[in-house]
Design a protein around this ligand. Structure first.
Ligand code: ATP
Ligand code: MG
Length: 373
């Protein structure tokens, strides 16, 4: 390990050519179905969209042909123990992205889960808790910087706009949103970007409701948080986040079935249809999803009470759901069913899945960044 390792960071293989990183896995990864993402009329329009999620980070841009290109990685890292015989050159050889920081090697992203299995007693860390960075966790901030620098190349022009997602004001947890935003904005400023933030639900509205003049309800159902935005002509009428998402569902399933969370997650992501559970496990999973969706909709209902000067909506408001937790089979039907239990002060229309649920927030951010250009 380099003797010069102090608090300066040097990164190992990464797909970006920005900063000091050397290139390892340099082919841009696509995520979801790029055919659903459409093309811009103006190719190579500047701007990048970043979904900084608690489970995944996605970076989206448009190439010369106007196609969306997406790079993604898990938002996680693993601090290798000091006695481990792994050397930076070996990690590079193995195509494992890493950073050197505080005299230790830190494995970044997806690879951290693979390596954690080799080093018993070492757990993967996630820089966010329920969607937000801890303002006091310097290691977490540093690894966030490394993760982002791997996914986001240098700007194509100085001050190129980047729009990153963040959860809206939470209603059920106390967090420092300003610090979260400042930490992320600083990373992009240092790379030479102009940085903007966009709430996740609002980003779903940008990607899913262009045809309706950006009027509709965007809901992002992520791992750590879920985010809700009611938008009228691109302006949020009301928006909020809740500290519940796929992680929360895992926890409830684990509790109900008396199993660990990893097993609960595997079961949840297996072949379950929420509309037709076939055994005890699937009944428990469907029940936990129902609790989650019911809670989410109850907060949407309450959010209208706090909204001032509700505009007159000419047509029923459609709901578009996005994010990993919305991928469960039957999720849309379950939400449609739960919706009937509430009375809303405005007419609510259909629920539908976003065109590509995993990239919807990033694509919405890209659209906002392009508009800022
Ligand atoms: N096919 C699937 N079926 C059910 N759940 C899934 C599926 N795929 C992913 N998930 C769940 O989606 C969640 C992660 O979603 P996503 O990647 O959208 O989160 P994120 O955007 O990183 O997090 P957040 O928005 O909360 O900050 C996890 O809880 C995961 O278990
Ligand atoms: Mg998300």
């Amino acid at each position: 390990m380099s003797a010069a390792m102090d608090n300066t960071i040097s990164s190992g293989p990464g797909p970006s050519s920005g900063g000091a990183a050397t290139i390892g896995r340099d082919a841009p990864e696509t995520y979801g179905n790029p055919d659903n993402w459409g093309r811009t009329e103006v190719a190579t329009r500047l701007g990048r969209g970043i979904d900084f999620g608690s489970t995944h980070v996605l970076a989206v841009e448009r190439n010369e042909d106007g196609h969306c290109v997406c790079r993604t990685d898990r938002n996680a890292f693993l601090k290798l123990p000091p006695d481990v015989s792994m050397k930076p050159a070996m990690l590079t050889q193995l195509d494992v992205p890493y950073a050197e920081w505080k005299d230790r090697l830190w494995v970044l992203g997806d690879a951290s889960y693979n390596l954690a299995n080799l080093y018993v007693g070492n757990t993967v860390q996630r820089p966010t808790a329920n969607g937000f960075l801890d303002p006091h966790d310097r290691d977490g901030h540093t690894m966030t910087r490394c993760l982002i620098e791997r996914l986001v190349p240098a700007p194509r022009a100085h001050g190129e706009p980047v729009c990153f997602s963040m959860p809206s004001t939470p209603i059920d947890q106390r967090v420092d949103r300003a610090a979260h935003r400042a930490i992320l904005a600083d990373i992009f400023y240092r790379l030479g970007y102009s940085a903007y933030s966009l709430d996740e639900g609002h980003a779903v509205v940008y990607s899913e409701f262009m045809g309706q003049g950006f009027t509709g309800i965007g809901i992002s159902c992520g791992g750590g948080v879920s985010d809700v935005c009611v938008s009228w002509q691109a302006r949020p009428v009301t928006s909020h986040s809740v500290a519940r998402g796929g992680d929360w569902i895992d926890g409830r399933i684990a509790e109900v079935l008396g199993i660990d969370r990893e097993r609960a997650r595997a079961l949840k992501q297996g072949d379950v249809d929420l509309r037709a559970p076939r055994n005890r496990e699937e009944v428990a999973i469907a029940l936990c999803y129902r609790m989650y969706v019911g809670y989410l909709l109850s907060t949407l209902r309450k959010s209208f009470d706090g909204a001032e000067n509700l505009p007159r909506f000419d047509a029923p408001l459609e709901i578009a759901v996005a994010g990993g937790a919305s991928l469960a089979r039957g999720f849309v039907d379950l939400m449609t069913e739960e919706l009937r239990k509430f009375e809303f002060p405005v007419p609510i229309g259909n629920v539908r899945l976003a065109s590509d649920p995993l990239s919807a927030v990033a694509r919405g951010c890209l659209m906002a960044a392009s508009l800022a250009d």
